[in-house]
Design a protein around this ligand. Structure first.
Ligand code: SF4
Ligand code: SF4
Length: 314
């Protein structure tokens, strides 16, 4: 399972709980470990996309120490039901030179599904070869334009031709290596800056994708990013229970765990992987109380949630 605030599956899960009373007896229970663990290898980025509130990022920039990553993977290796491991957060994961080693380690620890989202600007043939051979399972690429003008205006600081050629090379190299993984998901987010040219996006990529590898396109939509942007109207009334605390754990690059990937400034800390285990945090008092409160539609004390459009939308 892949959990991302912009994915259709995640949205469907989030929208499931619009009738909290129906599920109330279940809100106190959770699986022994998260289904998905999102590990931010870095919060550095070489882009400044229009819809991404990076200018409001207050955390120190950096990379997750390999020793900490190893500690998390070793803990998960002992679990009978291992979470899906996301290897990205609020940054560009390919800036991390240790990324192929992290993927290799996750796979060696028995993680069945590794996944990352990149802007592909640094997906050179050499890097593509490394992450394919490391065993990455799914690669999602954000590509928010259909030509130089629309792409460069949306994914500011990046270059249309560089990303386009990198993606084509990636598909070619994967074929040369006779691999069907990582599966490629190419994502478009229609918006004013790129002229909302969904059909052009589909024609640009259709012939590049390899259906046998399960490659596909994904059309996403804008969200408010926990209040970092204001694309969708947010009313006063909270109407949904957010399922993140029952499904996923997000870990920032300094090792602090937060409620979800939308909390990019780490206001909603639930633990610290430097001194705690995943199981301790997941089954501990902080997350348990958050689950109880979310079940009652009580998001007081969670400033990011209070501004998040997911729980306000019907
Ligand atoms: S590439 Fe990702 S993290 Fe970087 S600015 Fe764009 S959306 Fe934000
Ligand atoms: S900010 Fe809160 S409500 Fe929004 S997705 Fe994260 S945990 Fe859920």
């Amino acid at each position: 399972m892949i959990l991302n605030a912009r994915d259709k599956i995640t949205r469907s899960i989030l929208s499931l709980a619009k009738t909290p009373w129906l599920f109330y007896p279940y809100y106190r229970y959770q699986l022994p470990l998260p289904t998905v663990i999102l590990i931010e290898n870095t919060n550095c980025c070489n882009a400044h996309c229009v819809m991404c509130p990076r200018e409001t990022l207050t955390r120190k920039l950096g990379f997750m120490e390999f020793g900490l990553f190893e500690k998390i993977m070793k803990e998960l290796s002992g679990a009978s039901r291992k979470p899906v491991v996301h290897l990205h957060g609020f940054g560009e994961p390919l800036l991390d030179e240790l990324l192929p080693e992290r993927i290799k380690l996750a796979k060696a620890c028995g993680i069945k599904h590794t996944y990352l989202v990149t802007n592909a600007s640094l997906l050179s043939p050499e890097t593509a070869r490394k992450i394919i051979q490391a065993g990455l399972d799914t690669l999602k690429i954000s590509f928010y334009g259909t030509d130089e003008e629309s792409y460069n205006a949306t994914m500011r600081r990046l270059d249309f031709k560089v990303a386009l050629n990198n993606i084509r090379d990636f598909v070619r190299i994967r074929k040369e290596l006779k691999k069907r993984t990582p599966k490629l998901i190419l994502q478009y987010m229609p918006q004013e800056a790129n002229g909302t040219r969904t059909e052009e996006f589909q024609s640009l990529w259709r012939s590049v994708l390899d259906k046998r590898a399960g490659d596909c396109l994904n059309i996403s939509s804008l969200d408010n990013f926990g209040g970092g942007r204001a694309y969708n109207l947010v009313g006063d009334r909270i109407v949904s229970v957010c399922f993140y605390p029952w499904t996923a754990l997000s870990v920032l690059c300094d090792g602090r765990a937060v409620t979800c990937c939308v909390d990019y400034n780490g206001h909603q800390g639930v633990g610290d992987l430097n001194v705690q285990s995943v199981a301790e945090i997941w089954n501990g008092p902080v997350l348990s109380e958050i689950r109880r409160n979310f079940g009652k539609l009580d998001y007081a004390g969670c400033p990011t949630c209070l501004r998040c459009d997911w729980v306000h939308r019907r």
